[in-house]
Design a protein around this ligand. Structure first.
Ligand SMILES: *Cc1c(COP(=O)(O)O)cnc(C)c1O
Length: 321
């Protein structure tokens, strides 16, 4: 059966142009820094985000983990959203592998963390307390409906970070969706951040890979840690070549995805029994069932599958709205 697969933007497949670029990619051993295609991808990513350097990593999860390990030492604390991917969906890597202490605060409906909540979460200089080192934002905020955080909001969080000697990391898995949704240059959205991770493998349709960007010094630390985690790859230019097509060709077409998401939303609004909240802010459509519909999540998934449509049922994080 040919399914309409609406589970995630990760199910996108490489374009013919990507496959061609992969077949023809010039390669070398990237652990020696010798792969010209990887180097080109890293330079391009850093340039597009307005940062000094970038690192190609196998997954967004590894990119975020490298950022946390690069910024924080054991016993240090990270302020982040209670619905953030890093907190909810990355297997607790920061704690398991880095001894880093998460300090979750409530994500608001618009994906933001309240500025006052951030300020109140910063630990005082007191030997009883952990040391706050980092703030993480997620843009777009996935489970809040793919909402983009504005450059103005991010700048305010950046100011709090600077005033308190903290660093700011953005989980920008879909930062190019945020830029498309807000109609701004992606550089503006990440200017206040010390580091940013974004995914090539989602709406940008590359088969594998994410980028971590930041200062040269930060990327040097992350590079060493990537090796430690087993993420040093060899002739990986065959994969990076697809990522270059993502950056050159795919970032500009994300608005089409957003228009399709709105169209799907309009259609679903006509279906009785479904509860839809705000219009999709980027490429995601979330719906819930009216209370009178007595079906479990698995039943819905199964029934839709029988009808040729694949969906994912994601649980929101801990705070209630
Ligand atoms: C997908 C995603 C990631 C990284 O996921 P990988 O599957 O490890 O590439 C990180 N943050 C957010 C918000 C995501 O949606």
């Amino acid at each position: 059966m040919d399914y309409i697969d609406l589970r995630s933007d990760t199910v996108t497949k490489p374009t013919p142009e990507m496959r061609e670029a992969m077949a023809e990619a010039e390669v070398g051993d990237d652990v020696y820094g010798d792969d010209p295609t990887v180097n080109k991808l890293q330079e391009k990513a850093a340039g597009m985000l307005g940062k000094e350097a970038a690192l190609f990593v196998p997954s967004g999860t590894m990119g975020n983990l490298l950022a946390l390990l690069s910024h924080c030492s054991r016993g240090e604390e990270v302020i982040l959203g209670d619905k953030s991917h890093i907190y909810v969906n990355e297997a607790g890597g920061m704690a398991a592998l880095g001894g880093i202490y998460p300090h979750p605060i409530a994500n608001q409906k618009d994906g933001t963390l309240r500025l006052d909540d951030i300020r109140a979460s910063i630990q005082p200089d007191d030997s009883h307390r952990t040391i706050t080192r980092l703030i993480c934002l997620e843009n777009t905020q996935n489970v809040c409906g793919g909402v983009p955080l504005t450059a103005e909001y991010t700048a305010k969080v950046g100011e709090i970070a600077r005033e308190n000697g903290l660093r700011l990391h953005i989980d920008g898995a879909r930062i190019f969706n945020a830029a498309a949704a807000l109609d701004v240059d992606v550089k503006q959205l990440v200017a206040p951040a010390d580091s940013v991770m974004f995914c090539l493998s989602k709406g940008l349709v590359a088969p594998i890979g994410s980028m971590l960007v930041g200062s040269r010094e930060f990327i040097a630390r992350a590079h060493r840690l990537r090796k430690m985690l087993g993420g040093g790859m060899r002739q990986v230019g065959v994969v990076a070549a697809a990522g270059l097509v993502s950056l050159e060709k795919m970032t500009g077409r994300l608005k089409q995805d957003h228009a399709r998401a709105r169209k799907l939303f309009e259609g679903l609004k006509q279906v009785p029994g479904l509860r839809l909240e705000a219009e999709p802010a980027s490429n995601m459509v979330y719906f819930d069932l009216e209370d009178r519909i007595q079906m479990t999540e698995n039943q819905i998934i199964e029934e839709m599958k029988k009808r040729g449509v694949l969906v994912d049922w994601s649980r929101r994080g801990s705070s209630d709205w």
